[in-house]
Design a protein around this ligand. Sequence first.
Ligand SMILES: Cc1cc2nc3c(=O)[nH]c(=O)nc-3n(C[C@H](O)[C@H](O)[C@H](O)COP(=O)(O)O)c2cc1C
Length: 158
Amino acid sequence: MDFDSRELRNALGRFATGVCLITAVDEQQRPLAMTANSFSSVSLDPPLVLWSLQNNSDVYDVFAAPRYFAINILSSEQQDHSNQYAKKGEHELASEHYLPGKYGAPIIRDALVSFECELHTTHEGGDHLIIVGRVLDLQQRPDGEPLLFFSGGYRELR
Ligand SMILES: Cc1cc2nc3c(=O)[nH]c(=O)nc-3n(C[C@H](O)[C@H](O)[C@H](O)COP(=O)(O)O)c2cc1C
């Protein structure tokens, strides 16, 4: 390999993405959120989506095997949400940030889109776990601009 991990991370970061909050409830029914940009669409029929969870996360056990979870695509006005739920030990959702979804996973208020998912499969992916969800329901705003992430910083469409 002719590159080190910093070079790889920087190169991967040049793929511009949106930013999501992955949400689920823990065993005590506490609503949790984690910022993620590894979201990707997988299949239309059946409707499948994925995201990747780092193996060393403090909240790995909650996010690796929830029966239901939601993927919430953040709007350009929700950068504070992204920062807040990317902090270690700060994954518990503030009550004003969500509503309960149909299947129990928290739905982020004013997100561009929220996909309510049932866990479909997981796959080992090196230092991450690839989590595939089957979309059971979705809610979307008719308007709004996305929050973007590129080269380690937030961007907006222009
Ligand atoms: C823009 C952005 C995207 C991120 N994407 C992911 C991701 O896809 N998967 C992941 O496991 N962590 C991702 N993280 C890191 C987590 O949000 C969070 O920082 C990390 O989970 C904190 O450590 P903890 O899980 O031990 O609490 C991302 C962070 C940021 C700011």
